[in-house]
Ligand binder design. Structure first.
Ligand code: ADP
Ligand code: MG
Length: 468
C-alpha cells in the first residue's frame, strides 16, 4: 500500500471526498472546542474503495479520537461517500516545523469551501471573543489600547493596521472591535480571502454593483488576514477604490496581517502606502507572564462551565506556560485538551499525562536531547553495548541499532551531519546521510521498525531521567 503522506493540501482535491467539506461538517456537528482540540489534527491520507485512511501525529490523539468520536466521524464521511464503511487511522510523526503553515493553508481552503453563499452573510462575528476576555500583556498592550481607542472615537486612527504571527490574537481583537461597534454602526467583518471570493463570485453573477454598494455603505470595514489578498489586479483595484471611498467619508477601516505593510508581497504599492498612512501596530510573541495569565484565565473560563470543578495543578500550568511559547492559539488548544481529559477521567492530570496529551504541541528543539542519551537508550533497547554500537563492526544486529540511533539523532537534535558523524566514532557525514535515508525508507514498510522508532522517540523525549 502506498501512502501518500504528503502535507500538500492540493492532494485533497484529487480525491472523491473533499476533506475540507468533511472538516466543516465535523466542526458543526462536534462544536468548535472539540474540533479545534482534536479533530483538526486529523489529516486526510487516501481514500480507498470502502475505507478511508487518515493520520494523526500521536498515538494518544489516535486513541482519544477512536474511543470518542470515530463512529460519528464515520457517519459524516459516509454522507459524502456511502461506500465508505470504515476509517483507518495511522500515526505519523510531525518532526519539522511546517505544522503552522500546514494548518494555515488547510484553513485557507476550508474557509473558502465553508462559505455558504448568501450575499449578505459576510459578518461572522464571534460573541465569545470580546475585549473583556482578551488578556493583556507587554506584547499586545498597544494593539489592545489602539483597538479600544478605535471603538471610542471612530476614524481617530484610520486605518488601524494590526500585525503579528499566527495565533497571536489578531482576529480576536478585530472581532472585539466589531462586536463593540456593531451596536451603533453598520459594520463589515470579512477575511481577505472571503473578500476575494465574493469579488470573483460577484463578477461571475453580474452582481458587481451590489458588491460595491455593499462595501461602500458600511461604517466600519474590518478585513482580517490581508496578506492573503495578493495578486488579482482587478480586485486590488476595486479594493483600493473602496478603501479610499471609505476613508474619505469618515468610515473606519481596520486591517490585520501577518506582517508589516511594506513586507506584503504581491500587493500594490499604493495600497501598502495607504496602510502605512494610519496607525500600524504589531503584536509580539507572548512572554511567560502573559502565557501564564492566559492559561489561568482559560482554565477559569472552562471551569465555570463545569459543575464538577476542574483541577489543574500549578505544576501543569507552569509547564504549559513555559513549554508552549510560540502561539496563544496553541496555548488555548492545550488547555482545551487538558480540561477535557480532566473532565472525562474526573481527575487532575499529572505532568507525565500532560506530556503525552500535548506531545505534538511540544517543541522538540526545545528539549534537551543529547546524543549520549539517544545512544544509551537505543543500546539498552536493542540490548547491545555502547562499545558495540560505536565500533566499526558491521554485523546486522549492530548495524540497524546504529542506524536507528543516527536517525534519531538527526531528527531529535539540531546537530549537523558532521557533528553527528564525530559522535559516532568519527564516521563520515556520507555514512550519516546513508543511515538516515536507510531508516527513513525502511520505516515506511517495516511496521516493527517503525513501532520501535516511535517507542524510542517517546523514551528519549519524555522519560529522560528515569531510564538510564
Ligand atoms: P490570530 O488571528 O493572530 O492568528 P487569534 O485571534 O485567532 O489569532 O487567536 C488564537 C486564539 O487565542 C483564539 O482562541 C483567541 O481567542 C486566543 N487569544 C489570542 N490572544 C488572546 C489574548 N490576549 N487573550 C485571550 N485569548 C487570546
Ligand atoms: Mg486570525
Amino acid at each position: 500500500m502506498k501512502n501518500n503522506l504528503s502535507k500538500n493540501p492540493a492532494n485533497i482535491s484529487q480525491t472523491k471526498i473533499n476533506w475540507n467539506d468533511v472538516q466543516s461538517r465535523m466542526k458543526i456537528s462536534f462544536g468548535n472546542d472539540v474540533y479545534e482540540s482534536w479533530l483538526k489534527k486529523l489529516n486526510f491520507v487516501e481514500e480507498f474503495k470502502n475505507y478511508i485512511l487518515l493520520s494523526v501525529s500521536t498515538r494518544f490523539i489516535r486513541d482519544w479520537i477512536t474511543s470518542r468520536y470515530l463512529d460519528q466521524i464515520l457517519k459524516i464521511i459516509s454522507e459524502f461517500n456511502k461506500n465508505i464503511t470504515r476509517i483507518e487511522l495511522k500515526i505519523h510523526e510531525i518532526n519539522d516545523d511546517n505544522t503552522e503553515e500546514l494548518n494555515n493553508s488547510s484553513n485557507k481552503k476550508e474557509n473558502i469551501s465553508f462559505i455558504k453563499d448568501s450575499f449578505l452573510q459576510y459578518n461572522r462575528i464571534d460573541q465569545n471573543k470580546t475585549f473583556d476576555n482578551f488578556v493583556i500583556g507587554q506584547s499586545n498592550k498597544l494593539a489592545f489600547e489602539a483597538s479600544k481607542k478605535v471603538t471610542q472615537s471612530l476614524a481617530h486612527y484610520n486605518p488601524l493596521y494590526v500585525y503579528g504571527g499566527v495565533g497571536m490574537g489578531k482576529t480576536h481583537l478585530l472581532n472585539a472591535i466589531g462586536l463593540d461597534l456593531k451596536k451603533n454602526n453598520k459594520i463589515m467583518f470579512i477575511s481577505a480571502e472571503r473578500f476575494m471570493y465574493q469579488f470573483v463570485k460577484s463578477i461571475k453573477s453580474n452582481e458587481m454593483v451590489k458588491f460595491k454598494d455593499y462595501f461602500r455603505n458600511t461604517d466600519v470595514l474590518i478585513i482580517d488576514d490581508i496578506q492573503f489578498m495578493n495578486g488579482k489586479e482587478s480586485m486590488q483595484e476595486e479594493f483600493f477604490h473602496t478603501f479610499n471611498a471609505l476613508i474619505e467619508k469618515g468610515s473606519q477601516v481596520i486591517v490585520s496581517a501577518d506582517r508589516a505593510p511594506n513586507k506584503l508581497s504581491r500587493i500594490q504599492e499604493r495600497i501598502k502606502s495607504r496602510f502605512s498612512g494610519g496607525l500600524v501596530i504589531d503584536i509580539q510573541k507572548p512572554d511567560f507572564d502573559l502565557r501564564f495569565k492566559i492559561v489561568q484565565n482559560k482554565i477559569q473560563e472552562l471551569t465555570l462551565l463545569n459543575l464538577n470543578g476542574i483541577k489543574i495543578s500549578e505544576e501543569v500550568k507552569n509547564f504549559i506556560s513555559s513549554e508552549i511559547k510560540t502561539s496563544i492559539r496553541e496555548i488555548v488548544g492545550a488547555i482545551n485538551r487538558i480540561v477535557s481529559f480532566s473532565r472525562i477521567y474526573n481527575k487532575e492530570p499529572s505532568l507525565s499525562e500532560v506530556k503525552v496529551i500535548l506531545k505534538d504541541l511540544l517543541n522538540l528543539s526545545e528539549n534537551n536531547v543529547t546524543i549520549d542519551l539517544i545512544q544509551s537508550l537505543v543500546c539498552k533497547f536493542f540490548k547491545i553495548s555502547k562499545n558495540e554500537m560505536l565500533s566499526s563492526r558491521r554485523s546486522r544486529y549492530l548495524v540497524r541499532p546504529r542506524q536507528t540511533a543516527i536517525y534519531l539523532t538527526k531528527i531529535l537534535t539540531s546537530k549537523s551531519l558532521p557533528e553527528i558523524g564525530r559522535e559516532f566514532s568519527n564516521r563520515d557525514h556520507t555514512t550519516i546521510i546513508h543511515s538516515v535515508k536507510t531508516i527513513e525508507k525502511l520505516k515506511k514498510n517495516d511496521l516493527e521498525l517503525s513501532a520501535n522508532i516511535d517507542t524510542l522517540k517517546n523514551k528519549i523525549l519524555y522519560n529522560k531521567n528515569n531510564e538510564i
